[in-house]
Design a binder for this molecule. Structure first.
Ligand SMILES: [Zn+2]
Length: 204
């Protein structure tokens, strides 16, 4: 997604967007469904790269590795067409994340890539889950995580290194064309005519 971008479906639900302008994976799925991304741009690597809120929501947890758990304010349309509350976990920004209770509107700057904590280079560690969840009992990933490519739409995102995962853009479904109204559907009209004829003939 681009800075400030917002997207809604036909029912005015926000559509979950991928939070970076370029999608460049440095490590595929690990710790369940987490993926690591590098900050990237037209001229290559970007350190301390801005990440935008994929939907409107608020911070519910911050902890080790400057990680942050972010919950949607309302149900969000996923790229696979599921409508659900969504939880995002991000980690490793160099600066401390926003405090618990902070709200970010979709498209606003909400985090940065970084190298803080258990990390070997500047990146964004991210995980998504359906529903409003927190840590799994192992403390290494969210409860009920989902494959990111089933949740986040990559509209206006440059896929630079997607590792062959099924990244998709969201398109608003075209509403069905209403059929033309028929005052007298032909079969009914035909039956009325036939009944009139029968009535006439019985009178003759
Ligand atoms: Zn990671």
């Amino acid at each position: 997604m681009r800075a400030g971008e917002t997207l809604r479906d036909n029912n005015n639900n926000e559509v979950c967007l991928f939070p970076l302008e370029y999608l460049h994976i440095s490590q595929g799925e690990h710790q369940q469904y987490a993926i690591d991304f590098l900050g990237w741009g037209a001229n290559g690597r970007i350190y301390d790269c801005g990440c935008y809120a994929p939907f409107t929501g608020s911070v519910v947890y911050t902890g080790n590795d400057h990680n942050m758990i972010f919950w949607s304010s309302n149900p969000v349309r996923c790229v696979d067409d599921t409508l659900s509350d969504i939880t995002i976990l991000v980690a490793h920004s160099n600066t401390a994340p926003a405090g618990i209770g902070t709200t970010f509107l979709q498209g606003s700057l909400f985090y940065h890539t970084g190298n803080y904590g258990v990390s070997t280079g500047d990146h964004l560690h991210m995980e998504v889950a359906l529903g409003h969840v927190r840590w799994d009992t192992t403390g290494t990933h969210l409860l009920n995580p989902s494959h990111m490519w089933d949740v986040m739409a990559v509209n206006d995102t440059v896929i630079d290194s997607g590792m062959g995962y099924n990244w998709r853009e969201y398109y608003r479904p075209t509403p069905p064309t209403p059929s033309k109204p028929h005052r007298f559907p032909w079969p009914v009209y035909a039956r009325i005519l036939r009944e009139k004829k029968t009535y006439k003939s019985s009178n003759n």
